[in-house]
Ligand binder design. Structure first.
Ligand SMILES: O=P(O)(O)OC[C@H]1O[C@H](OP(=O)(O)OP(=O)(O)O)[C@H](O)[C@@H]1O
Ligand SMILES: NC(=O)CC[C@H](N)C(=O)O
Ligand SMILES: [Mg+2]
Length: 505
């Protein structure tokens, strides 16, 4: 779940892209990058780190042009080397750069095909470099003067060749931006516009919150399978490019990934999380009518919205009992378990007063590896709680994710192969309650009844693209579990810059 942005403006875009990336920072904290285009030349800055650390004034001054794309990375394939930060670039045809959110499930086969049949060189282990090369190869077949129809034909063939989840924005030198979303719309993307004295400007982004903050008006989501082409002159063209679009957006976006102030596929994330709180309260009332809860306490940040609503519907006091260090980022998307564990304690501290002698219900949006809840429950006990109950606004996460969330290993998921009660014991709760999957789906559908279904694979093990078997899951487990990543992380990093740019930091 990286964050992507692209802007076609009437003046320099570097600051606007920087600002958008800071708004999308919650989607990726490992690396950031931006590529702009002026007079057919590309300018690039990308590196590991947070947006504020990657872009210094000297980099911003070199990012010329009125068109650009940006990326914040949370790796789900390949390595965490700077060389795999994004945007990626290929020089043929035309010069194309690409920023990708998601994960291709057939990237290994595609990489071989690209090399053996399409005669294209892939220089990293990133699936995003593969996606860019497939797009470039298909665009190269269209001949010289590209029309919008030619671009859409190329995207149509990208959909036929690529499997998995992908929302991508490509910048084509001399032409403009092309954004597209996989035929199931697993990963999100929206576009919007802003009127200026010089004409209309367009922006594509992973989440609508980036449009809001930059003063763009949300036009709509890019539909699953659809492509949007914005020419450098500011004309916009859209077309459905999937043979059989079948919307199945990722429901984990609603649970955790997205910001609550975003609207995704017509669903207000804030309201969906409120419904999660309400439905969970109803389940507690059904299953534990004599719960005896004195206070409901959220685990900041993401669970706040659902916890408040849960307390309201349960008729129990809601209190903030953990204070979050605002300078520590999200722990779940950190790369290693040691770092994640340490960060939970650095990030959250208990206010003892709210726990002493009370029956406390702690609420989190989800339990994945169990890193957060185990420590938090112990902190609640140390702060003097009488009983510590735990509620998860999402169902138990029991299966790996293959579409752009880095949960590659079933063994690392605390609920894998365990009953709810066993998880409760393992995390040290007096009891544990999970949201039912049907209720979670209902929370999304109430926001947009037209959506037929969601990708719920982390909860039910049903992989909507239909191409995932046990052999594939075994392979990504072996390649990407925490131990494997530890071994494969590059000791010496490589910085790849554009040939037209200075290579110093
Ligand atoms: O069971 P785990 O493996 O610990 O994963 C789940 C936890 O991780 C996330 O929090 P995170 O700190 O990433 O971000 P937040 O501040 O947005 O809640 C999520 O909100 C849960 O609290
Ligand atoms: N989280 C993502 O969307 C990751 C994009 C891409 N698979 C990468 O690893 O860079
Ligand atoms: Mg959290």
């Amino acid at each position: 779940m990286c964050g992507i942005v692209g802007i076609v403006a009437n003046s320099s875009v570097n600051q606007a892209i920087y600002d958008a990336l800071t708004v999308l920072q919650h989607r990726g904290q490992d690396a950031a990058g931006m590529m702009t285009c002026q007079d057919g030349r590309f300018f690039l800055r990308k590196s590991n780190g947070l947006v504020r650390d990657v872009f210094r004034t000297r980099h911003m001054q070199r990012l010329h042009g009125n068109i650009g794309i940006g990326h914040v990375r949370y790796p789900t394939a390949g390595s965490s080397s700077e060389a795999e930060s994004q945007p990626f670039y290929v020089n043929s045809p035309y010069g194309i750069a690409l920023a990708h959110n998601g994960n291709l499930t057939n990237s290994k086969d595609l990489a071989e095909e690209l090399f053996n049949t399409d005669l294209r060189h892939i220089n990293t282990t990133s699936d995003s470099e593969v996606l860019l090369n497939v797009f470039a190869h298909e665009l190269g077949k269209q001949g010289l003067q590209l029309t919008p129809e030619d671009i859409f034909d190329a995207v149509r063939r990208v959909h036929r060749r690529c499997n998995g989840g992908y929302a991508a924005i490509a910048m084509i030198s001399g032409l403009g931006l092309v954004a597209f979303r996989d035929p199931m719309g697993i990963r999100p993307a929206v576009f919007g516009k802003r009127e200026t004295d010089q004409g209309t400007e367009y922006m594509v982004a992973s989440e609508s919150v980036a449009l809001d903050v930059l003063g763009f008006e949300l036009v709509r989501d890019i539909a699953p399978g659809e492509a949007v082409y914005i020419s450098k002159q500011g004309e916009i063209f859209t077309q459905q490019c999937a043979d059989k679009p079948s919307p199945r957006p990722c429901i984990f976006e609603h649970v955790y990934l997205a910001r609550p102030d975003s609207i995704m596929d017509g669903i207000h994330i804030h309201k969906s999380r409120m419904r999660m709180g309400q439905k969970l309260a109803e389940k507690i009332q059904r299953d534990r009518p004599d719960h005896g809860i004195d206070v409901v306490i959220p685990i900041p940040d993401t669970s706040r919205t659902s916890a408040l609503e849960l307390a309201h519907h349960l008729g129990v006091t809601f209190r903030e009992g953990f204070i979050k260090n605002r300078y520590i980022g999200r722990t779940f998307i950190m790369p290693g378990q040691t770092e994640r564990k340490k960060s939970v304690r650095q990030k959250l501290n208990a206010i003892d007063l709210e726990f002493e002698g009370r029956n406390v219900l702690l609420v989190d949006d989800s339990i994945v590896r169990g890193t957060t809840c185990k420590q938090i429950i112990q902190m609640a006990r140390d702060a003097g709680a009488k009983n510590v109950y735990f509620a998860s606004a999402a169902p138990a996460v029991r299966f790996p994710n293959v579409y752009g969330i880095d949960m590659p290993s079933a063994e690392e998921l605390i609920a894998h192969g365990r009953t709810d009660d066993e998880v409760g014991q393992k995390i040290g709760a007096d009891w544990l309650i999970y949201q039912d999957l049907d209720d979670l789906i209902e929370c999304g559908k109430e926001g947009n009844p037209e959506i037929e279904g969601f990708d719920c694979s982390v909860f039910n093990g049903e992989y909507v693209t239909g191409d995932i078997d046990q052999a594939y899951l075994d392979r990504i487990d072996a390649e990407r579990n925490d131990d494997a990543k530890q071994d494969s992380n590059p000791k010496v990093d490589v910085v790849i810059d554009m040939h037209n740019d200075s290579t110093d930091d």
